[in-house]
Design a protein around this ligand. Sequence first.
Ligand SMILES: [Zn+2]
Length: 320
Amino acid sequence: MDSEKKVLGLVYGNELLSYSFGPNHVMNSKRMEAFFRAIESEGLLSNDKILLIRPRMATVDEIMLYHDGKYVEFVREMSIEGIGLLDHGDTPAFPGVFEAASYVVGSTLAAFETLMKHEIKYAMNPMGGLHHARRGRAAGFCVFNDIGVLIEKARKEYGLRRILYVDLDAHHGDGVMYDYYEDPDLYIVDFHENGRYLYPGTGFENETGRGAAVGTKLNLVLRPGASDYEFEEKMDKAKQFISQKSFELTILQAGVDSISEDPITHLNLSAYSHLSMLSFLKELSSKSIIGPLIILGGGGYNLNNIAEVWTKIVKALIGS
Ligand SMILES: [Zn+2]
């Protein structure tokens, strides 16, 4: 008998816990532990509609689809030394950081590859979405940018050209935005807290892309303290923007540091915002208008928000 069709491929495994800057840093292994505990206690690990995907390391060749070789080598050396900083302050090295970051990238690729085999409708890597890393440097807790590697892989190996990237993280996704600022085939919708009050201090609404890419980037700026009501107003603009084109792949970075009571940001959204965007994208994806949909966890440093909101996203994706 044919088993019930799987709907969601979810990357699950302790390898994702290794991307951790230690107990005194907000980006630590407790985040994935909180999420894994939550989905386990909800019985989702044995749900018929969920296919668990093992984390895998990206190869150096895969990482270099996006990153500069010299930078990849620098991370490898710093990983052996295991001390010091990978950037100018936020992103420390630790022993094994190279392997840990390679697992994040590889797991996003594993989710994508499973999605492209059409075994599932949606795929999710809760540890993915490291949107600050640039081609040649680490930034803001992000060593390798799995989103950039995914975009390059989708284009070079699967021939997917026009891609939509939606970012709900409280921080502006500057790595993706500026590394593709002149790319007319990467459409970006980025909700974030106003850069005057929050790292990385970029992403204003007059920034829409450069050259042939003018008009392909949409920055949606929220004031500190903004609630679901203000999100909803911006959501109307996002819907209009997304509906103007069709896409071959859609990537949703579902950072939960935009939810109330995150320790390092100042927004006041609830799960409603994330679920509202998700349901909009799910509907377009099911009509094949925006291609397959991959969800990446992104930031979020309040463990209750991680457990609550990502678990709700998983449930929404499988329709329960
Ligand atoms: Zn963030």
